[in-house]
Design a protein around this ligand. Structure first.
Ligand SMILES: Cc1cc2nc3c(=O)[nH]c(=O)nc-3n(C[C@H](O)[C@H](O)[C@H](O)COP(=O)(O)OP(=O)(O)OC[C@H]3O[C@@H](n4cnc5c(N)ncnc54)[C@H](O)[C@@H]3O)c2cc1C
Ligand SMILES: NC(=O)c1ccc[n+]([C@@H]2O[C@H](COP(=O)([O-])OP(=O)(O)OC[C@H]3O[C@@H](n4cnc5c(N)ncnc54)[C@H](OP(=O)(O)O)[C@@H]3O)[C@@H](O)[C@H]2O)c1
Length: 247
């Protein structure tokens, strides 16, 4: 059973049509970067809740989520209709194990996201953990269109703070976008263009890889990583990659 707390919408930003960030003020317990909360609305007598990764760092408030509307979905069309001052339910305790807590230090941390999965990495990147345990952090954001490359100022601020220790690569699949690699993350790994841009390779000896977003990307990239000798990380059996699937 979820323990729900009431929260107020205190911020809302539409990046493009159907792509939103939303901020809440509510008594949610402390969390680790990489965890999620459930957000719920009461719809026709039922409380409909869905998990959302926290975008804010653990030391920052308000609580922030980043989501896209699924037109036929029960929650997101209603969530995106909310305005400042409206009320939602949040799970009192964040959950999830997509964190760096049990991951061993390595030279490079690779953070691979499709779509709104970018958000979870913005929390991780704004916490101290990755910078204490990894020499370099690479963030790759795969989207359909250039307009879906949200949070550009946040990413630029992380780059300004950490310099050469941080690299960001946007990958856009459905149009040409200056500065972005054209194609899917999986294809860019297979043909070597991603690693050529960065001047380094993903290997079991040098890397930990986090995969978050759509199930097709995770499935395809897992095969590529396993062919290179990386194995799934488990709490008591350390490995070199971890995953979190949104849909
Ligand atoms: C651990 C976890 C964390 C998540 N964090 C986020 C997050 O930070 N941001 C976010 O946008 N979503 C996130 N999701 C997905 C989210 O929980 C909802 O499923 C999504 O927002 C759609 O909600 P809905 O009620 O409108 O539709 P649902 O009833 O949840 O889904 C309807 C259908 O749409 C599919 N679907 C779900 N999400 C998407 C999507 N983004 N694009 C296309 N199809 C989709 C579902 O597989 C299903 O077939 C997360 C899911 C999990 C399991
Ligand atoms: N701006 C938004 O993000 C937005 C706004 C409103 C509504 N929506 C809706 O939300 C849904 C999800 O859209 P989305 O674009 O956020 O997410 P998505 O469909 O998961 O696509 C995100 C990226 O992942 C890529 N991808 C798909 N399969 C892959 C694979 N096997 N390996 C590697 N990469 C893969 C896609 O490439 P391909 O282009 O090649 O598939 C795309 O570049 C859609 O129904 C969309 O219409 C999105």
């Amino acid at each position: 059973m979820n323990d729900w707390v009431k929260a107020t919408v205190v911020g809302k930003h539409a990046w493009t049509e159907g792509l939103y960030s939303m901020q809440f003020d509510g008594p949610v317990a402390d969390f680790k970067a990489g965890q999620y909360i459930k957000v719920a609305l009461d719809i026709e007598g039922d409380r409909v809740g869905r998990p959302y990764s926290l975008v804010n760092a653990p030391q920052e408030r308000p609580i922030e989520i980043y989501f896209n509307e699924v037109p036929e979905g029960p929650l997101t069309p209603r969530l995106s209709d909310l305005n400042l001052g409206d009320t939602v339910w949040l799970s009192a305790k964040p959950g999830g194990i997509f964190t760096l807590e049990t991951v061993a230090p390595a030279p490079t941390l690779w953070l691979l996201a499709t779509g709104t999965a970018l958000g979870v990495y913005l929390s991780i990147l704004r916490s101290p953990d990755p910078w204490e345990r990894f020499e370099r952090v690479v963030l790759v954001h795969g989207v359909r269109h250039g307009a879906d490359l949200a949070y550009d100022e946040t990413i630029a601020a992380i780059g300004a703070r950490y310099g050469d220790r941080f690299a960001f690569v946007p990958a856009v699949t459905r149009e040409e976008r200056p500065g972005a690699l054209p194609g899917r993350i999986s294809d860019l790994l297979t043909d070597g263009r991603l690693e050529a841009r960065l001047g380094q390779r993903i290997t079991a000896e040098t890397s930990h890889v986090m995969l978050c977003g759509n199930s097709a990307m995770i499935k395809d990239v897992k095969v590529i990583l396993e062919n290179r000798g990386l194995v799934r990380h488990r709490r008591h059996v350390p490995g070199q990659y971890t995953t979190e699937q949104y849909h």
